[in-house]
Design a protein around this ligand. Structure first.
Ligand SMILES: Cc1cc2nc3c(=O)[nH]c(=O)nc-3n(C[C@H](O)[C@H](O)[C@H](O)COP(=O)(O)OP(=O)(O)OC[C@H]3O[C@@H](n4cnc5c(N)ncnc54)[C@H](O)[C@@H]3O)c2cc1C
Length: 468
């Protein structure tokens, strides 16, 4: 693709002119809540420099997104103090606003935009960012520029929906060398001074420190029953520690043991990737460098991080608002489900029984316990988790709803393109027809016996039982 490393990442989502007498350029960090390796931030700096303006970064967190709870809020807030330090270091302003309840302002973005030259934000094909990027450009009155810093090979490189890893893999492999390079971050020409903040928002900024996060969360009108993860602490430093541990200890075992949950050979980076606290580009570059230095083969890991993850982004972009629906499945999946819709289910559980990990199956209950306490499930057992929800729900739609809801409420990496793509994978997306059987029809089936043959189920069940 083009010579500029940013050109193919950018979409200008309206035709509004820049504000002539602006005080700053505004970067709205919706999904990529980080300063390092962030193409959108780099592009915002470019615009600021070109117009001799400083840069203000706005990040918000509201009480009223669906299933907002202590776990998700805490993880996001844990990243905020570091972001503040980093932005101060590069000379950008930072405005973090926590809308704790209905009395808090819900138009802070618009108030900040009233003094801005233009807005740069994250191009992201799911969750709130996707609907913001559809609605806000028409209302904001200044250029609204969405930049893809989520994928290594930009989403814009793919002009249509791919039907499987086998179609997107060759394109990604061909284009990857051009994009697998560090983000060039220009120095800011004009440093930020707080006097530039509009008077009507200046006092609204939420000061977040490591020691006040619990109190801030407690004061929010959100679901306090979902506690912070027992495993994951948010923030770029925590993400980088995890990446380094992965390089030191796990990467060499990944190809052999990533399908063995009890061996803990995977990276555990999905929550950080989801909230953009680390970029997949930074991870891929570090993995590539480490593999070269230590003569390791990282292909299996990069297949997941780049090919599978970017296939999910491609799917989400083209599925649009149907991303969480069975309607977007290939015809063979819909046909086979229609044929088996009335098959008797061997066990039936309510959403509440699933949620409480109260099935007859100790392995399934352990996977759900991992979700309840850690906020993720090991990738291999996550497939089993999804397949069994299909098998034990009255209808396919019920199964889909249960999976999405459990992710919305408990998963730190939920509401991601990966969430919807992989949940729908359980219903045949990006897969192929298998042998016909009850309930699943031609959808791939997974059995407890298979899990016992291939993995150490007893070790995992024991480990999850002692998780606190
Ligand atoms: C039913 C079901 C639901 C899932 N829900 C989510 C979800 O909500 N969020 C999420 O990020 N992943 C989801 N996955 C995919 C996968 O299970 C997780 O990405 C993985 O377990 C995260 O652990 P890790 O970071 O240790 O992965 P690693 O094995 O270390 O992989 C590194 C990264 O590669 C990407 N990756 C790994 N596996 C896949 C995959 N199958 N598809 C796309 N990208 C992948 C992820 O970004 C991951 O963090 C789901 C899978 C299934 C079967």
């Amino acid at each position: 693709m083009g010579a500029s490393p940013l050109a193919n990442r950018i979409r200008i989502l309206n035709a509004a002119p820049p504000r002539p007498s602006a005080r700053y350029v505004l970067y709205w960090a919706q999904m990529n809540r980080r300063t390092a390796s962030n193409h959108a931030l780099a592009h915002a700096v470019e615009i600021a420099n070109a117009n001799n303006l400083p840069l203000l970064v706005y990040e918000g967190l509201t009480y009223d997104y669906q299933a907002a709870n202590d776990r998700l809020h805490t993880f996001i807030l844990e990243g905020v103090p570091e972001t503040g330090v980093e932005l101060a270091r590069i000379g950008a302003g930072y405005f973090f606003y926590l809308r704790a309840n209905a009395s808090g302002l819900n138009d802070v973005l618009y108030r900040l935009a009233a003094q801005a030259h233009s807005i740069v934000t994250d191009d992201y094909p799911a969750f709130i960012a996707c609907s913001h990027n559809a609605i806000v450009p028409g209302r904001i009155g200044i250029p609204y520029i969405a930049v893809d810093s989520s994928c290594i090979v930009p989403m814009n490189s793919h002009v249509k929906r791919n039907y499987g890893a086998y179609t997107i893999r060759p394109k990604i492999r061909r284009e990857l060398p051009a994009y697998l390079t560090p983000v060039e971050m220009p120095a800011l020409g004009r440093k930020w001074r707080d006097e530039r903040l509009p008077a009507d928002v200046a006092g609204l900024r939420t000061h977040v420190t490591a020691s006040n996060i619990a109190a801030l969360v407690a004061a929010c009108d959100i679901d306090h029953s979902v506690k912070p993860s027992v495993e994951y602490k948010g923030g770029a430093a925590a993400a980088r520690r995890r990446l380094n541990d992965f390089l030191k200890d796990r990467l060499r075992r990944y190809a052999r043991e990533s399908g063995q949950p009890s061996k803990q050979a995977t990276s555990g980076l999905s929550p950080y990737l989801h909230f953009g606290q680390i970029s997949s580009l930074e991870v891929a570059l570090a993995v590539q460098r480490h593999a070269e230095e230590h003569k390791l083969i990282a292909d299996e890991f990069l297949e997941q991080l780049v090919v599978r993850r970017e296939l999910a982004f491609n799917f989400a972009r083209f599925a649009g608002t149907a991303v969480d629906s069975l309607d977007v499945l290939p015809d063979w999946c819909k046909r086979t489900m229609a044929k088996h819709a009335a098959d008797p289910r061997p066990f039936l559980y309510t959403p509440d029984q699933f949620e409480r990990a109260a099935t007859h199956d100790a392995l399934w209950n352990a996977t759900q316990r991992e979700l309840l306490l850690r906020g993720t499930i090991h990738g291999y057992y996550r497939m089993y988790w999804g397949k069994k929800i299909i098998e034990w729900s009255p209808t396919y739609e019920d199964a889909l709803r249960t999976m999405i809801r459990l992710h919305d409420v408990y998963a730190l990496d939920g509401r991601d393109p990966n969430t919807y793509t992989n949940i729908l994978w359980c219903f045949g997306l990006h897969d192929r027809p298998w042998g016909e059987r009850a309930v699943f029809g031609q959808l791939r089936y997974m059995s407890l016996d298979g899990m016992k043959r291939k993995t150490d189920v007893a070790a995992y069940v024991k480990a999850m039982a002692t998780l606190t």
